[in-house]
Design a protein around this ligand. Structure first.
Ligand SMILES: Cc1cc2nc3c(=O)[nH]c(=O)nc-3n(C[C@H](O)[C@H](O)[C@H](O)COP(=O)(O)OP(=O)(O)OC[C@H]3O[C@@H](n4cnc5c(N)ncnc54)[C@H](O)[C@@H]3O)c2cc1C
Ligand code: FES
Length: 489
């Protein structure tokens, strides 16, 4: 995958190791991204033995590939009752403050800054949302400011501005957090969890971990726990571009226009200012073949004075009402569905889960609970299932005349689809293209050079190594074969 602005050399953590034995512990956290590490942070002094199991290397997840805005100015509240919306806003503001406290306490050098968050819209629908949100924020005594003077063409729209939100460098933040946890928590990388039972899980190396409590923090849940997450969560992917130049420093902006949900923030230094522009997220089935075109058009419209530096993609789990899904079945907890607002949502979710673990009499707020949200018969779920069905059926047939002689070719042999990538004249990488999660056919992603699942977002390297959940299993890989291999005859 493309390197990010935050981590240009694609550095990962090499000081950890995989789990190579059976073990027993108080609490296991599956997934060592933002959510998993924040849960570990919240519970680090609880007196429990804590274990984090991460499938890949640390610092190689979606959370180090985002735009690092820590913000309570979102729109999910619009679908809630006034009381629940007020509570969600209070929890979001608290999450922003919690970041500042964590960063200070752990001494993390991640460029943390308080900034003004701007919500902007130009379309009729977007302006209506802005007005609704303004009223809600005023009713809840939010610290609203006069919006900053926006550069053209943003000055054509309507905006609200909330004071004292946050911005950080996501890579440096997560690296600092990982190191702050090192002596308090047992951290294992390269340890995919392939099966989760009631009080025991199994890792890819067939090691068994017995636990009293469990937190699933794998973005797309690593276990369904009878909650039908494949229908209730939609994975959307989005492209971020870094552009040299531009001239705003103390505010960032998100568009509330439903059909143009881009975001802008500043990064870089005074001497070398950079603007990060994130294009609207797309469900995987509708993801454009060349998303760079869309990003370039946006740049030309919004920040034409800047020059192209680099771009990369990331993906997130979206829920029907854009609220996080936080839940538990007894001693097994789960947090996901952040809908593009992972910092505030993950901090809020980890705090709520930690409070419930430490005080089992304290229930999770009903409007955030992953069960009983009435998602199942919604339009969102129906469309999501339709997308998965399209992903399942699409790309199954491969024209017979196609032969594996070019990059990212899909071939069919003996009823199965295989992916072939020609590296050079003598080397081809060959993988089985049936997704290990629920069997959808994988597609070649030319931009990132990965094999991607259009159904629920699993991604694999060209060698078949599993990158993102829900699949924890690698693809069947046939190393060092070429199209003359007996498998292809
Ligand atoms: C383009 C883009 C920009 C964004 N910008 C912002 C922003 O500015 N502000 C904001 O608040 N949010 C933003 N978000 C959202 C935010 O990035 C996500 O919500 C957040 O990263 C999700 O965190 P996570 O910990 O759930 O997932 P991840 O960071 O992906 O972590 C999940 C971890 O679980 C591991 N894992 C998965 N399966 C297994 C398994 N079976 N066994 C062991 N480990 C496993 C994975 O390897 C991974 O390390 C953005 C999202 C996108 C796509
Ligand atoms: S079938 Fe679900 S991610 Fe591939």
């Amino acid at each position: 995958m493309h390197n990010t602005y935050w981590n240009p050399d694609n550095e990962t953590e090499t000081s950890f190791s995989a789990l190579h034995e059976d073990m027993e512990t108080d609490l296991v956290i599956v997934g060592g991204g933002l959510s998993g590490l924040l849960c570990a942070w919240q519970l680090r002094n609880s007196g429990r033995q804590l274990v984090v199991l991460e499938k890949n290397a640390f610092l190689a997840n979606n959370s180090v590939r985002n735009t690092g805005k820590v913000c309570a100015l979102q729109l999910p509240g619009v679908s809630l009752s006034p009381t629940a919306a007020a509570e969600y806003f209070r929890l979001s503001l608290q999450a922003v403050d919690d970041f500042e406290q964590l960063i200070r306490q752990a001494g993390i050098d991640c460029g943390w800054q308080r900034q003004t968050a701007v919500l902007w819209a130009q379309s009729e629908q977007g302006r209506a949302l802005i007005r609704q949100q303004r009223q809600f924020l005023t009713d809840n005594n939010a610290q609203l400011l006069c919006p900053p003077t926006l550069p053209s063409p943003l000055d054509q729209g309507e905006a609200i501005a909330l004071a004292r939100q946050g911005q950080l460098d996501p890579f440096r933040f997560q690296k600092g957090l990982l190191h702050a946890l090192k002596n308090k928590v047992q951290l294992y990388d390269q340890t995919p969890v392939v099966q989760i039972g009631d009080h025991e899980l199994i890792t890819e190396g067939n090691y068994r971990v017995r636990f009293r409590q469990l937190i699933i923090a794998t973005q797309f849940p690593a276990a369904e726990m009878k909650q039908l997450y494949s229908a209730r969560l939609q994975i959307r992917r989005e492209l971020i571009g870094a552009f040299h130049g531009g001239g705003f420093q103390d505010w960032y902006l998100n568009s509330a226009d439903p059909d143009a949900a881009f975001s802008l923030r500043s990064a870089g230094s005074q001497h070398d200012p950079v603007i990060l522009l994130a294009a609207p997220p797309h469900p995987l089935c509708q993801h454009p073949e060349d998303p760079r075109q869309q990003l370039q058009q946006l740049q030309q419209t919004l920040i034409p004075e800047t020059s192209w530096h680099q771009c990369w993609s990331a993906q997130d789990c979206f829920s029907r009402d854009a609220l996080p899904l936080i839940g538990n079945r007894g001693h097994r907890f789960l947090l996901t569905g952040y809908s593009g607002w992972g910092y505030t949502a993950a901090m809020m979710a980890s705090r709520l889960i930690a409070e419930t673990i430490l005080d089992p009499g304290r229930p999770l707020p009903a409007f955030l609970r992953s069960d009983g949200r009435g998602d199942l018969f919604s339009r969102f779920t129906a469309e999501n299932l339709l997308d998965s069905a399209r992903g399942f059926l699409g790309g199954r047939s491969v024209p017979e005349e196609k032969q594996p002689h070019q990059t990212g070719m899909v071939v069919r042999r003996q009823g199965r689809r295989y992916g072939v990538v020609v590296i050079d004249e003598t080397t081809e990488l060959l993988v089985d293209l049936t997704c290990p999660h629920l069997g959808c056919p994988l597609h070649y992603n030319a931009m990132d050079q990965t094999w991607d699942c259009p159904c629920h977002g699993s991604r694999f390297t060209l060698e078949g190594k599993s990158l993102t959940s829900p699949s924890a299993t690698d693809l069947q890989h046939y190393p060092a074969v070429n199209s003359l291999h007996p498998h292809f005859k």
